[in-house]
Design a binder for this molecule. Structure first.
Ligand code: PEP
Ligand code: MN
Length: 370
């Protein structure tokens, strides 16, 4: 059961104390507070944990501070959509809106290699009206002898250059909870020129300690990738870990499933799950066509498979696209073969726009027919 209080409820007031006193009398029920800081107001939600079936919702709703009560199913208490549940997964970070209703592009380097390449990437993004980027500093690699990423050493120039080119948010993978601290320190030292979304990669989807650390801090939103060899339910439970620790600013990312059934692509594209996640949860949904498709090949129609997959995700309602670009893919240290070229960015953006417009027309048509 979730008890939603009136916006900006005073937690030191008498009316609030009356509710808490009542909750404390409930046998076998624990409660946990969630604060949701919106642009205009502070929302407080109280999650009751335990068997709440005998609690009278109308009685709880009669408390002065209570706006409404939502009965939740056992699964996905925080991230899930429940009956009569008007909560939203929408949030604003560094002026950028993350929502199930819009579309954002996060293009950039799979792995940071040189300051020159980082600068070329940001410059190109700025020239094309973009304020978000992806930049990999910590790389989880299959082979221990492969390049592991420059780690914290590259953060000063990655952040400073972001500020120079008006990049407001960078999606950056972390593989250890130390990395949250390193990112935090580097941002402070650089004077907060940009923001960071902590990316948890497909190899760490069920790294529960990492999820708890990323969930406990509330400074940075989290982009969680679906695990490449587990069910959707298991990956959504991983997202619930983040939320249950207190961080509600979560974006869920599809990136393809590991199976030879997807050959010759790197993974089997799973973007048909975009509407499923939007139906089951409040999270904005991201698609990563680069790690799904993994190659630059094009069909006879001259459209790259990566662009086809992107369009499939967007036409199904995706809210964010995370995609690899590189100024010189032949010299990229990680995933060069799937990187798009900087000169392809305007084409990519136009192609995304076509798919988004088609999606919006489809929504309208559905509205007229249902
Ligand atoms: C990445 O986005 O750089 C990455 C390693 O992705 P994934 O976790 O999906 O393999
Ligand atoms: Mn990669």
């Amino acid at each position: 059961m979730i008890i939603i209080l009136h916006p900006d409820t005073d937690q030191s007031g008498e009316a609030y104390r009356k509710l808490i006193d009542y909750l404390s009398t409930l046998q076998g029920i624990r409660y946990r507070l969630h604060e949701v800081l919106g642009a205009q107001q502070r929302l407080t939600e109280i999650y009751l944990i335990g068997d709440t079936s005998s609690i009278d919702a109308a009685m709880v709703e009669s408390f002065e501070v209570v706006e409404r009560v939502v009965r939740v199913s056992r699964e996905y208490r925080v991230i899930g959509r429940h009956k009569d549940d008007q909560r939203t997964g929408e949030f604003i970070y560094k002026g950028i809106r993350f929502s199930q209703n819009n579309l954002l592009l996060f293009a950039g380097l799979c792995a940071v290699d040189t300051p020159e390449h980082v600068e070329m990437m940001y410059k190109c993004l700025q020239e094309n009206g973009q304020q978000c980027a992806r930049m990999g500093a910590y790389k989880p690699r299959t082979n221990p002898y492969s390049f592991q990423g420059h780690g914290k050493d590259c953060l000063p120039y990655v952040f400073e250059l972001a500020g120079k080119y008006g990049i407001k948010v960078i999606a950056m993978e972390i593989t250890h909870d130390n990395h949250i601290h390193e990112i935090h320190e580097a941002l402070e030292k650089a004077g907060q020129p940009t923001g960071v979304i902590l990316q948890i990669g497909t190899r760490n989807t069920q790294n529960f300690e990492l999820l708890k650390s990323a969930g406990r801090q509330k400074e940075y939103p989290v982009l969680l990738k679906r695990g490449f060899g587990i069910t959707l339910e298991e990956s959504l439970n991983a997202a619930e870990y983040l939320a249950s620790e207190g961080n509600r600013r979560i974006i869920f990312c599809l990136r393809g499933m590991k199976t030879n059934m997807g050959d010759p692509h790197r993974n089997l594209v799973d973007f048909a799950h975009v509407p499923v996640i939007k139906r089951m949860t409040h999270m904005p949904v991201c698609v990563d066509p680069s790690h799904s498709v993994g190659m630059r090949q094009a069909a006879p129609d001259q459209i790259l498979d990566i662009m086809h997959a992107t369009a499939q995700g967007i036409i199904a309602g995706a809210n964010m696209v995370l995609v690899d670009f590189h100024p010189d893919p032949a010299r990229a240290l990680v995933d060069g073969p799937q990187a798009l070229l900087l000169k392809e960015l305007p084409w990519f953006i136009d192609d995304m726009q076509i798919a988004r417009e088609a999606y919006e027309r489809r929504v309208k048509l559905a509205g007229q027919n249902s």
